[in-house]
Write a protein that binds this ligand. Structure first.
Ligand code: SF4
Ligand code: SF4
Length: 106
C-alpha cells in the first residue's frame, strides 16, 4: 500500500522498455539510452533486464519529471506509467477509504 509521498519517484531511477514507450510516447522526450546514462546523474536503478532507457534526472535523487509534487504526490502519466512503476509500491500501510477512491500513486 502507498502513502503517496512520492519518495520512490525521487529516490529511484526508472528503467523504461520499448513497450513502455509504445504505451506512453512522451517518455521518449525524457530518457537516456542506458549505455549513455551519466554516472553522476543516477545512483539507484529499478533494474529490469533488457530495458533500453532510463528516465533522465537532473541529480541522483531529484524527482521524476512526471511527478507532480504535492500532498499527495501525483504521477502525471499514471495511466500509462512504466511497468517498473506499476510494480511499486513496496510499502505496507493500508490506504484510507479516500485514498482507495483516488488516483493511486504507484
Ligand atoms: S511506494 Fe508510496 S509510500 Fe512508498 S515511497 Fe513510493 S509514494 Fe511513498
Ligand atoms: S513515471 Fe510516475 S510513477 Fe513512475 S517514477 Fe515517474 S512520477 Fe513516479
Amino acid at each position: 500500500m502507498c502513502y503517496r509521498c512520492g519518495k520512490c519517484c525521487s529516490w529511484f531511477s526508472v528503467t523504461v522498455s520499448e513497450e513502455d514507450v509504445n504505451r506512453e510516447p512522451r517518455l521518449l522526450d525524457h530518457v537516456w539510452a542506458v549505455a549513455e546514462v551519466p554516472p553522476c546523474k543516477t545512483k539507484t536503478y529499478m533494474v529490469e533486464n533488457g530495458h533500453p532507457y532510463v528516465l533522465k534526472k537532473s541529480a541522483p535523487h531529484s524527482p521524476c519529471v512526471f511527478l507532480s509534487e504535492g500532498d499527495p504526490a501525483t504521477c502525471l502519466i499514471y495511466e500509462t506509467r512504466p511497468d517498473v512503476c506499476r510494480k511499486s509500491p513496496t510499502c505496507t500501510r493500508r490506504r484510507t477509504p479516500e485514498e482507495e477512491n483516488s488516483n493511486e500513486m504507484a
